[in-house]
Ligand binder design. Structure first.
Ligand code: 1PW
Length: 213
């Protein structure tokens, strides 16, 4: 029987598949489910990753609280959340104030990190068996996420990545069977993650929300 505490990449990718509706809406329930799976993944990578996963846990919780709150219906999809918060001036647009923990700015942080994950897994998919996971992860981080982080976070993240296991061990932690299978599943699932990312990016861009403080 599947161990609920054990990370499975297949489940994470399944959640990201489920989060995209036929109408191109992103269902928060499944988006956050995907993130919870990623947190399990980071826990299985050891304590060096706990500062990364703690931040993700806090942000997932903020969004879950909105979803279970009195206005929970407005947080069904990312689209409905953006409309609700923007229409009701519930987002700090230029500097942090009363709405420093809006759903929009909280999700933006996860959204940016998702791009990193997508890039990293893509690098991992096409890499050779003896390539260093730590290098691939650091490259992906520097390409897309580091620019949003202060020096101290960049430093700590780079140290954590350094401790990542080899590609072969990494695939074992992913709990998905032989390498060829992992590569095949990644090839099928990453375009779905990319689509989720692109839809969110367009939505945020249309509303001028890409630089929320
Ligand atoms: C090995 C695969 C890992 C995939 C998961 C990716 C999660 C990336 C999160 C990096 C977080 C580093 C520590 C936290 C930094 C926060 O300052 C930062 N949060 C994020 C998610 O980038 C920005 O949030 P803040 O400080 O503006 O609330």
């Amino acid at each position: 029987m599947a161990d609920p505490d054990r990370f499975s990449l297949a489940e994470v990718l399944e959640s990201f598949k489920k989060c995209l509706s036929d109408e191109g809406e992103i269902l928060q329930e499944h988006y956050l489910e995907g993130w919870k799976g990623l947190v399990k993944f980071m826990s299985s990578l050891g304590s060096a990753f706990s500062f990364i996963s703690n931040d993700a846990v806090t942000k997932i919780q903020i969004l879950e609280d909105y979803r279970s709150g009195v206005n929970g219906q407005k947080y069904l999809t990312i689209q409905s959340m953006v409309k609700y918060e923007v229409d009701n001036e519930l987002v700090d647009l230029t500097k942090r104030g009363d709405h420093w923990d809006s759903g929009c700015r909280t999700l933006l942080r996860l959204h940016r990190a998702l791009r990193w994950l997508q890039l990293f897994l893509e690098k991992l998919r096409v890499a050779s068996d003896n390539s260093k996971t730590s290098v691939l992860c650091t490259e992906a981080y520097q390409d897309v996420l580091a620019k949003y982080h202060p020096w101290i976070i960049r430093k700590a993240a780079t140290v954590a990545f350094y401790m990542l296991p080899s590609r072969a061990n990494f695939f074992e932690v992913m709990n998905m069977g032989p390498t060829e299978k992992v590569v095949a599943i990644l090839g099928e699932a990453l375009p779905v993650v990319a689509k989720t990312y692109d839809i969110t990016e367009d939505l945020y861009s249309q509303h001028g929300l890409l630089d929320l403080p």
